[in-house]
Ligand binder design. Structure first.
Ligand code: NAD
Length: 291
């Protein structure tokens, strides 16, 4: 069996997988490969899959499989797996870090100090304690965030039309959540329903001065509408790890809008998570070879 590691995984992975056959990171060996391991960089389009006549298994190390044409892969008899549970803690911690850092003005404190300014008077913080966190999507990552927010003394409410009960938050209708939350954190996949859902109409239903955090997907947000709301102060701040495309184009309006706090899609990039993903990949290939 030939295994092609096409994107960045933990450096221990080739050794872990050696018992299954030949492991390579040489992308020119795609035509002979039986298993391809991708994260988000490699796009497994129709053309990519057509260039891999020996492919039997694609593993996406991570959650979202929007970089894989799953239907087409399946039509060619190729199994597609992801590692959905591995990244929940890593992404949940990043979301919580943004939720804590933005109202506590940590990033502005740091950047104004770097500029040689002593902004003590202008940097008024607000506490998380007693505030309401609204989650859109109440799956694995959202619940990791909810547990941490509960520990800060926040009330956690969530909107998820596909769930009837969750452990660490109170499920409420969307409009109720939008009207009550001081901070809103996005945790849905991109679907026809969620694409662009965070638009002017939705933002108008939120509290004035709301903070929005997005560690899910850039495409959930209507960038133009959000930038208007940031300029008007309706949205106090937007913390985002995710972009319409990776990296965002130079003219992405969010890059120059006020009060946007950004990271370059590092939600799944903790070293612990990369090890967890490696363990999952090993398990999936192990089960695949037993078939
Ligand atoms: P999950 O499947 O456990 O949870 C997603 C939840 O969204 C589900 O409970 C589902 O019912 C809900 N949902 C679907 N459509 C909805 C809608 N219209 N309104 C409200 N809720 C809706 O997934 P997860 O593991 O929690 O991951 C969530 C998302 O996080 C992924 O889809 C992925 O896009 C993103 N993610 C980002 C990173 C990163 O690096 N920043 C890493 C991993 C995952």
């Amino acid at each position: 069996m030939k295994i092609l590691i096409s994107d960045a995984f933990d450096k221990s992975l080739p050794q872990k997988l050696a018992r299954f056959g030949e492991v390579t990171d040489d992308k020119s060996q795609l035509p002979e490969s039986n298993v391809v391991l991708v994260r988000s960089k490699t796009k497994c389009t129709k053309e990519y899959i057509d260039g891999a006549p020996n492919l039997k298994l694609i593993i996406r190390g991570g959650v979202g499989i929007d970089n894989i044409d799953v239907e087409y892969a399946k039509s060619k008899g190729i199994q597609v797996n992801n590692t959905p549970a591995a990244s929940s803690i890593a992404v949940g911690e990043l979301a919580m870090a943004m939720i804590a850092a933005i109202p506590n003005r940590i990033i502005e404190g740091h950047t104004t100090m770097l500029q040689g300014r002593w902004a003590k008077k202008e940097l008024k913080r607000s506490e998380l304690y007693g505030k309401t966190l609204g989650l859109i999507g109440a799956g694995r990552i959202a619940m990791e965030v909810a547990k941490r927010a509960n520990a800060f003394g926040m009330e956690v409410i969530a909107y998820d039309p596909y769930l009837t009960e969750v452990d660490h938050a109170t499920l409420v209708p969307l409009d109720e959540m939008l009207g009550k939350a001081d901070i809103i954190s996005l945790h849905t996949p991109v679907t026809p329903e969620t694409k662009g859902m965070m638009n002017a109409e939705m933002i108008a239903k939120m509290k004035d001065g709301v903070i929005i955090v997005n560690t899910a997907r850039g495409k959930i947000v209507n960038e133009q509408d959000l930038v208007v709301a940031l300029r008007e102060g309706k949205v106090r701040a937007y913390g985002t790890d995710v972009w319409f495309s990776d990296p965002p184009p130079e003219d992405c309006p969010l890059l120059t809008a006020p009060n946007v706090f950004m990271t370059p899609h590092i939600g799944a990039q903790s070293k612990e998570n990369l090890l967890r993903i490696g363990d999952e990949v090993e398990r999936i290939i192990g089960e695949f070879t037993k078939k």
